[in-house]
Ligand binder design. Structure first.
Ligand code: F6P
Length: 329
């Protein structure tokens, strides 16, 4: 835990889509920095706030009573201006004006893309904390917010199950995840759904029709299908329309869970993960780590370059995929 004197003032911000557990990460960053007598600054609204000079000193008391809250106390934004050289120059002026000499960026792909460019252009040490419900970053088994989002999706599907069962109806439930199917796969397994439609796997509508024909023979019209928003078939609505056109017996219904998955109190798993990553982000910065993301792999802290975290593809777990198909039979 030896601290490197070089870093004295850390700026922390959240950027991109919010994720439950971001507050727990901010809390851990602030408290770890305070423990090491570093000054810590909160930058509001991500890169947008960096450009607008929304920067304020944070003390340990400022992060009391937030560990259980969803959203982010620092607020967030997706900044177009930061994508320009001019925008980043203004952001750097504001960082320098506050003598900030290290940054902790909490977010996903877009956040780390910005951090990588900014770090290279201005030589400021930056460390990333993976905060996105999508779980689509390489170099960490889980991202902050993913577990809460999956639990929220499962709770929603449980409720839909009640009405689907009562009416013997087929439901297509669409979950978030952008281009990745991690939420869909886990929510599908955890809710005991039928087929799971992922972006990573080609959707064969004929296969779906076969399954539904078999179900009709068994007089089972009740079924729950989980569709990832990034699935190439056009999403839950399109699948439902194709089924309606093919079958007279089904009147499928569609539920898009949407932003419900982004809110709510973080699960225990997300709180602990966020606390660990916040702590190790500050420790890493102090030990001279730069342009890396702090992640957890096989329950151990691992630092992965921001470049790899955003460009390398995080594979789906093939065992889980196979198992999901068998259990859905
Ligand atoms: O990246 C998180 C996420 O919730 C994705 O799952 C989704 O595709 C996207 O953000 C939605 O973005 P917005 O909140 O801008 O509509």
């Amino acid at each position: 835990m030896k601290k490197e004197a070089a870093i004295k003032r850390i700026g922390v911000f959240t950027s991109g889509g919010d994720a439950p557990g971001m507050n727990a990460a901010i809390r851990a960053v602030v408290r770890t920095a305070s423990y090491h007598d570093l000054h810590i600054y909160g930058i509001e609204c991500g890169y947008e706030g960096m450009i607008n000079g929304q920067i304020r000193r944070l003390e340990t008391k400022d992060v009391s009573n937030i560990i259980h809250r969803g959203g982010t106390m620092l607020r967030t934004a997706r900044s177009k201006e930061f994508m320009t050289k001019e925008g980043r120059a203004i952001a750097y002026e504001n960082i320098s004006a506050n003598d900030i000499d290290g940054l902790v960026a909490i977010g996903g792909n877009g956040t780390f893309t910005g951090a990588k460019i900014f770090g290279k252009e201005y030589g400021i040490p930056i460390i990333g904390i993976p905060g996105t419900i999508d779980n689509d970053l390489y170099g960490t088994d889980y991202t902050i917010g993913f577990d809460t989002a999956v639990n929220t999706a499962i709770e929603a599907v449980d409720r839909i199950r009640d009405t689907a069962d009562s009416h013997s109806r087929l439901f297509f439930v669409e979950v978030m995840g952008r281009d990745a199917g991690f939420i869909a796969l886990n929510a599908g397994i955890g809710s005991g759904s039928g087929k799971i439609f992922l972006p990573e796997i080609h959707t064969n509508v004929e296969d779906l029709f076969k399954t539904l024909h078999k179900a009709i023979k068994r007089k089972k019209l009740f079924s729950l299908m989980i569709v990832a928003e990034g699935n190439k078939s056009g999403g839950a609505q399109s699948l439902a329309e194709q089924v309606s056109a093919e079958f007279a017996n089904y009147e499928p219904r569609v539920t898009i869970i949407g932003h419900l998955q982004r809110g709510g109190s973080p699960t225990a798993m997300d709180r602990v993960l966020a606390s660990r990553l916040g702590f190790h982000a500050v420790e890493g910065l102090m030990r001279g780590k730069r342009d890396v993301m702090a992640g957890v792999v096989n329950n151990k802290i691992k630092y992965t370059s921001l470049k790899k975290a955003i460009s390398k593809h995080k594979p789906m777990n093939n065992d889980l995929l196979k198992m999901a198909e068998i259990l859905a039979l």
